[in-house]
Design a protein around this ligand. Structure first.
Ligand SMILES: Nc1ncnc2c1ncn2[C@@H]1O[C@H](COP(=O)(O)OP(=O)(O)O)[C@@H](O)[C@H]1O
Length: 329
């Protein structure tokens, strides 16, 4: 901003850091499934540390950071390196004096079962639960919750792998139900393949939202509507086709969108998963921002951002291959 405009800009209600798909592993560079995109497994930790340095120096200080999932890569599981890799990522983030909210992605679930995630540093559900307002989260082991960092502003973290064949005991009813849903729409022998599917998001590396989670989400948004709050919702998986490719969406993204669209309060949905990033303003005025992933970012660049929330807009200051963006409400 030119100086006079900058001087007129009021302080933000809150500012926070965002980062997606770090996918750290102490491994040589690799590539994506198609062999087209390089994945910088080892450098990703250096890029995260550089992000943390920038965030830590920000004035006014950030209120929190959102890590949108896939913080370590599935290759760690095959090498018995999951715990060590996670500890390195969490240690980098611990240099920040603010809380970090962690979405759980497919790569967390390649490395850990949900019980282990719940007892790890990736369980970011605040304790104790808020005294007033809607329930802190849905019942069960879903990693979804809400918090209010400033008056009239609420953040809701959703768990897109609540319905999933990843991270749950294959003998559990929830795994069986998820596998049934997946097979119903994906007849491929390799359930990671979207080949020939009418709904290409029905692959094993995605997941969905249970009705229990959607009902809870609806209850939170009802409370926010009644209290004139603005809501930023977020999760690993994108929920709008115009902010994603056809494959990388949550299985039942339409259900999450209908909950959002039946309320006034949601202004933005933040996601990761799609390493190329994406953005759209949907038909109901909700901004869908999918962040570029660190893992496919060359070591000389970076991919993280800071979002400043004002009464009438959110301003994304992107670093490296993430662009600046102003999102009006
Ligand atoms: N088109 C596809 N057909 C079959 N398997 C696929 C396809 N795309 C991805 N996969 C497999 O699905 C898993 C997740 O894909 P990947 O691209 O690594 O996801 P992420 O972007 O979350 O790292 C990998 O095991 C990958 O080999």
């Amino acid at each position: 901003l030119p100086a006079p405009a900058a001087a007129m800009e009021a302080a933000p209600l809150v500012s926070f850091g965002v980062v997606a798909d770090i996918q750290y592993a102490d491994e040589e560079d690799g590539c994506d499934f198609w062999g087209r995109r390089r994945r910088y497994y080892r450098h990703s930790l250096r890029l995260l540390r550089a992000a943390v340095e920038v965030w830590a120096a920000e004035q006014p200080p950030l209120a929190f950071v959102v890590q949108l999932g896939d913080c370590i890569d599935g290759v760690n599981a095959r090498r018995g390196a999951a715990e060590g890799a996670l500890e390195r990522v969490l240690a980098a983030l611990r240099r920040l004096p603010v809380p970090v909210h962690h979405a759980w992605g497919n790569h967390e679930l390649y490395n850990f079962c949900r019980d282990r995630l719940a007892s790890s540093g990736l369980n970011s559900r605040p304790a104790p639960a808020p005294a007033a307002g809607p329930p802190a989260g849905p019942p069960g082991d879903c990693h979804a919750y809400h918090f209010s960092p400033a008056p009239r502003l609420r953040f809701v973290l959703l768990d897109g792998y609540d319905l999933s064949v990843l991270g749950r005991d294959p003998a559990s009813p929830s795994h069986r139900e998820s596998l049934r849903r997946l097979r119903e729409r994906n007849p491929n022998e390799n359930l990671n393949s979207p080949a020939g599917l009418k709904e290409p998001q029905f692959v094993e590396f995605n997941g969905g939202f249970s009705q229990t989670q959607l009902d809870w989400f609806d209850e939170v948004l009802k409370f926010s509507d009644e209290n004139q709050e603005k809501v930023v919702a977020m999760g690993h998986l994108p929920i709008h086709p115009d902010a994603s490719d056809k494959v990388c969406l949550a299985w039942n993204y339409e259900d999450a969108l209908s909950v959002i669209h039946s309320h006034q309060c949601v202004v933005c949905f933040l996601a990761g998963h799609l390493h190329d990033g994406g953005y759209c303003l949907d038909s109901h005025g909700v901004h869908h921002l999918t962040l570029e992933g660190i893992i496919e970012t060359p070591p000389e660049s970076n991919a993280f951002g800071t979002i400043y929330v004002y009464d009438d807009k959110m301003v994304l200051k992107g670093r490296g291959r993430i662009s600046d963006r102003v999102m009006y409400f």
